[in-house]
Design a protein around this ligand. Structure first.
Ligand SMILES: Nc1ncnc2c1ncn2[C@@H]1O[C@H](COP(=O)(O)OP(=O)(O)O)[C@@H](O)[C@H]1O
Ligand SMILES: [Mg+2]
Length: 263
């Protein structure tokens, strides 16, 4: 049986002046897959996520096709970032993307309301709709609080929580947007081994409960090799290899460019 990819990127090039940050990249993410992207600093990893999510415009000739939850496949180029997130791609940022002066629950609620299509003014005019929407959002967010084990800190200010938990709140905030594809930009950066392990556990939980596919940028090779179904390796904007952990580990170009550099 053939299954349509969740994300299909073809011939994607992003150039900043003289720098070709992404050089003719093509790849696809399958339904339910954990797809990882690795590569040295400056390889073009974040740029790729920014191009897929509508922040940067690739050169003409590129295609980014995304299969929504309803099975409809859309060409994402020409859509704005907020439209793309409503279609079902949620992303986290390399820097912490939380509202630190708000509580954990409020962060999730804000994520949920960003996802809503209806103008907020509409809620004011039709109060029963507003109440219904709010109740529904609370239900969704409460389920996320439970999934991510955030019950004990639900009403605490995010700024007062340890970093590992703040990153978990960020994950919850994007999850509240009901994504079909999660794009995580170095979600474990700055974490200790225990926090990384926890993060992996929650990512698995999300994939399992919500049927979300995951595209993850990560520096920790050990973790990536252990969890990703397929790995794409970038160097200077170019794809130098894509394959399973076993294939990547023995790929001479990868050993040269990335693994070799660490030893
Ligand atoms: N907004 C931008 N303007 C100019 N150059 C950029 C911009 N964003 C990224 N770059 C350049 O593109 C290259 C890839 O950057 P980036 O995608 O952030 O790499 P990575 O995430 O792999 O570390 C780098 O040379 C970086 O300096
Ligand atoms: Mg980056």
């Amino acid at each position: 049986m053939t299954t349509e990819p969740i994300l299909q990127v073809t011939n994607l090039t992003v150039q900043f002046g003289g720098v070709i940050a992404c050089n003719d990249l093509s790849f696809e993410v399958s339904p339910g897959e954990l797809f990882a992207l690795i590569g040295p600093n400056g390889a073009g990893k974040t740029t790729l996520v920014n191009a897929v999510t509508g922040i940067y415009e690739p050169k003409p000739g590129a295609s980014v096709k995304f299969c929504q939850r309803n099975g409809e496949t859309t060409e994402l180029l020409n859509y704005r970032p907020h439209q793309i997130s409503r279609m079902g791609i949620a992303r986290t940022f390399q820097n912490l993307g939380v509202f630190s002066a708000q509580t954990v629950l409020d962060n999730l609620m804000l994520g949920r309301f960003m996802h809503e299509r209806t103008n907020i003014l509409h809620y004011g005019l039709f109060t029963s709709v507003a109440v219904k929407k709010e109740l529904e959002a609370r239900k969704v967010c409460q389920a996320i609080v439970e999934l991510l084990d955030l019950e004990d800190v639900r009403d605490e200010l995010v700024s007062e929580l340890p970093y590992g938990i703040q990153k978990r709140v960020e994950l919850g905030r994007v999850l509240a947007m009901d994504p079909h594809l999660l794009m995580l930009d170095e979600p474990m950066a700055g974490m200790n081994a225990e926090e990384k392990q926890e993060m992996v556990r929650y990512v698995y939980r999300i994939m399992d409960e919500y049927g979300t596919s995951v595209f993850m940028i990560e520096h920790d090779m050990g973790i990536i090799m252990a969890i990703a179904e397929r790995i794409m390796v970038l160097e200077f904007g170019r794809e130098i290899a894509t394959g399973s952990a076993d294939e990547i580990q023995v790929n001479p170009a990868v050993i040269d460019a990335y693994l070799g550099a660490e030893n």
